[in-house]
Design a protein around this ligand. Structure first.
Ligand code: HDE
Length: 696
């Protein structure tokens, strides 16, 4: 190696590099310059201490060692489930007095906006997996109430795979990457998962939900949430009602098409988090209504399922929703690690007025979450981390431990005591009182007989779907079983499907080329024939609106400026957003020679990123686009994903090349000459379901 001249060996300091003449930026701690963690000002953070400019480094360099040591320990264990998540801040407002049901202050006080922190997640994938995997989504809300933190730790699916917490480690081991090979990542489409599912008929109801479009949500903003278990609400008189919690998104509940989800996994692994972050940045704040289904113990005893069984839902036709209030997410996080990663949800974080039921899955969760936080966050003082800290005063005599952040004062750390005047004591009036439910019985390990019907509600869900939803369930199950190498797993699952619905079983069997190969599985109790519950179909209750949706416009140099303006105006009026996609990301001159700044570079922005498509090239750019697979795929995929597609006449050759019909084709519309309204009208129906039989 050539010896360097002395001048080239002079290493610049940061201040010299940026030419600030020695003025350094203030750090967030308001120090006057960069310091060590002990507050020592740092003169040079670009160069390690060495002997001579080219000599060995010195162990003495405590500045280097402090920086690298901190870096070495930057990661904490990811969550064992729900590792990949994204969160935002917001508030909750109660609608009207809910006093009849509960004494919980945050559900009663109409003058208070209770701060919340809400984290959405996938279950199976690790932190670095992708957002659009087929999976259950976590929907956790921490309410910082005046009576302490209340955590509603729910999912986007109202039922769960198993009935008893003792099976949870097996379920999760089965869905996680297979231990001998370490894959597949963020997938349920593999042998161990389906082997476990097919050996546990209690999972049939939830599996129908996960294989439905609910398993691939369009957006966190367009997802329902559920508390899953039956909880109790207690009012000031001490009266108890059972409740099931529901979150309903204001925008409606929407999903992706499977092929779209797969393509988005590559095109934008952060699709859901980006969508949430961007909408909050734009001031388009997502909103959910919180409701409960409330019922008495006597009513519960009349249902033909057990309300303590978490694999069962209560049809809304049986118990309608009572709205309690709304949640708005209006502030993005400041720091992903400090907030989203360190937030610790625990179903055991309760407030007076809400209590548990004996659901055996819930009871197990009450232990698990606190326990897992201890190893994940490393200290029993995790409640002192800002994101976990109650916003109301809190005090007790718990002391010491790793990372104690407070400096407790006083001579004593116990109560009762007479040594420290005014020491804090418990308060039987204000304090949390468990509901005094009467319990008696033998000690045993036994699943209640009332939990034994595993198929009727799976069937209820299936028969409540509209036809495209049913088709998607069949396609998803066939896809997943098709990825299982073990034939016995497939035949066993086909046996379960027969107990749920014959046509579903036939469809899946035919798709797999295994019709007639189902195992015979005899249900423990006869399968019921339930009436459909329309509330379970997300499309039956979808609002006729494009609010919150994204219009992608494929533009080129010379794009019609009036059309772009009209699209923007129409989108604004409907609460939708517009993003321009161009073959080059630099400025595009429109037909009026004005500069347009594209939002996306075509090769990096497949049409899967958008809900509604408009293809609006200028005449003289069409030949160039015809040579670009990304432009042709844009149209072909949009059609295959059942999207509404608008076009200008210049796009004709592109549609021909994509083999997408332009005329007399529902959902494919010429948007010139003021026909944009027609396109928007069609887009309010969301997808063109009738097209599906032509493309799949
Ligand atoms: Fe969880 N679950 N879970 N779970 N769960 C965790 O806690 C567990 C269950 C849910 O955004 C863990 O902090 C057991 C049902 C969400 O930080 C862990 C059982 C429902 C989140 C845990 C269940 C959920 C978790 C891992 C069966 C819907 C993410 C990290 C008895 C009602 C919270 C953590 C966040 C996270 C245990 C079943 C929802 C290990 C033992 C049912 C949304 O404690």
């Amino acid at each position: 190696m050539a010896k360097k001249s002395p001048s080239s060996a002079v290493r610049p300091t940061h201040a010299q590099e940026v030419g600030t003449g020695g003025e350094l930026h203030q750090s967030t701690t308001a120090a006057e310059c960069l310091t060590t963690n002990q507050g020592l000002p740092i003169a040079d953070d670009q160069n390690t201490l060495t002997i001579g400019p080219r000599g060995p480094q010195l162990l003495e360099d405590f500045i280097l060692r402090e920086k690298i040591t901190h870096f070495d320990h930057e990661r904490i264990p990811e969550r064992v489930v729900h590792a990949r998540g994204y969160a935002a801040h917001g508030y909750f407002e109660a609608y009207e007095n809910n006093r009849k049901l509960t004494k919980a202050a945050f559900l009663n006080d109409l003058d208070i906006k209770t701060p919340v922190f809400c984290r959405f997640s996938t279950v199976a994938g690790s932190e670095g997996s992708f957002d659009t995997a087929r999976d259950v989504r976590g929907f956790s809300v921490k309410f910082y109430t005046s009576q302490g933190n209340y955590d509603l730790v729910g999912n986007n699916i109202p039922v769960f795979f198993i009935q008893d917490a003792i099976k949870f480690p097996d379920l999760i081991h089965a869905v996680k990457p297979e231990p001998d090979r370490g894959f597949p990542q963020a997938q349920s489409a593999h042998d161990t998962f389906w082997d476990f599912i097919s050996l546990n008929p209690e999972s049939m109801h939830t599996i129908m939900w996960v294989m439905s479009d609910r398993g691939i949500p369009r957006s966190f903003r367009m997802m329902e949430g559920f508390g899953v278990h039956t909880f109790r609400m207690i009012n000031v008189k001490g009266e108890s009602n059972f409740v099931k919690f529901h979150w309903r998104p204001k925008l409606g509940t929407f999903s992706l098409i499977w092929d779209e989800a797969v393509k988005l996994g590559g095109a934008d692994p952060d699709f859901h988090r980006r969508d949430l972050f961007n909408s909050i940045e734009l001031g388009d704040f997502p909103e959910w209504e919180l409701s409960v289904q409330a019922f008495t113990e006597a009513e519960a005893n009349e249902f033909d399922f057990d309300v303590l069984d978490p694999t069962k839902l209560i049809p809304e036709e049986l118990v309608p929703l009572t709205p309690l209030g709304k949640m708005v997410l209006d502030r993005n996080i400041d720091n992903f690690f400090a907030e989203t990663e360190q937030v610790a949800f625990c179903p055991s974080h309760l407030v007076p007025g809400i209590d548990f039921s004996n659901d055996p899955l819930l009871q197990g969760r009450l232990f698990s979450y606190l326990d897992t936080q201890l190893s994940r966050l490393g200290s029993p003082n995790f409640h002192q981390i800002p994101i976990n800290k109650p916003k109301c005063p809190f005090a007790n005599f718990q002391r010491d431990g790793h990372m104690q952040m407070e400096v407790p004062t006083g001579k004593v750390a116990n109560q009762p005591n007479t040594l420290d005047d005014g020491s804090i004591r418990e308060n039987p009036t204000l304090g949390f009182q468990s509901y005094p439910a009467e319990e008696a019985g033998k000690k045993l390990r036994l699943r209640p007989e009332s939990f034994a019907d595993h198929y009727t509600q799976a069937r209820l869900f299936y028969v409540s779907m509209i036809e495209p939803e049913q088709q998607h369930i069949a396609a998803a199950i066939a896809f997943e079983l098709g990825k299982c190498n073990e034939v016995k797993v497939r035949t066993r699952m086909l046996g379960h499907l027969q107990n749920i619905d014959e046509t579903l079983a036939t469809m899946v069997g035919e798709k797999l080329g295994m019709a007639g190969h189902a195992d015979t599985i005899v249900p423990r109790v006869p399968v019921g024939d339930p009436e459909p519950s329309p509330a379970l179909s997300q499309y039956t209750k979808a609002p006729a609106s494009i609010a919150g949706k994204k219009i992608g416009v494929l533009v080129t140099e010379g794009v019609d400026s009036k059309l772009v303006a009209a699209i923007r105006k129409a989108a604004k009026a409907e609460g939708a957003t517009v993003e321009l996609v161009a073959p080059k990301i630099g400025t595009v001159k429109d037909s009026m020679d004005k500069d347009l700044l594209p939002d996306h570079f075509l090769v990096g922005a497949p049409s899967a990123l958008f809900d509604i498509l408009i293809v609006a090239p200028a005449d003289d750019c069409v030949d160039m686009l015809l040579q670009q697979a990304a432009a042709i795929d844009w149209i072909r995929d949009g059609y295959g994903h059942l999207k509404v597609i608008g076009y200008t006449g210049a796009a004709t050759k592109m549609f021909e090349k994509a083999s997408v019909p332009m005329y007399n084709e529902p959902g494919v519309e010429d948007v010139t000459n003021g026909k944009l309204d027609e396109l928007i009208g069609q887009a309010k129906q969301h997808r063109i379901w009738n097209r599906e039989s032509k493309v799949r």
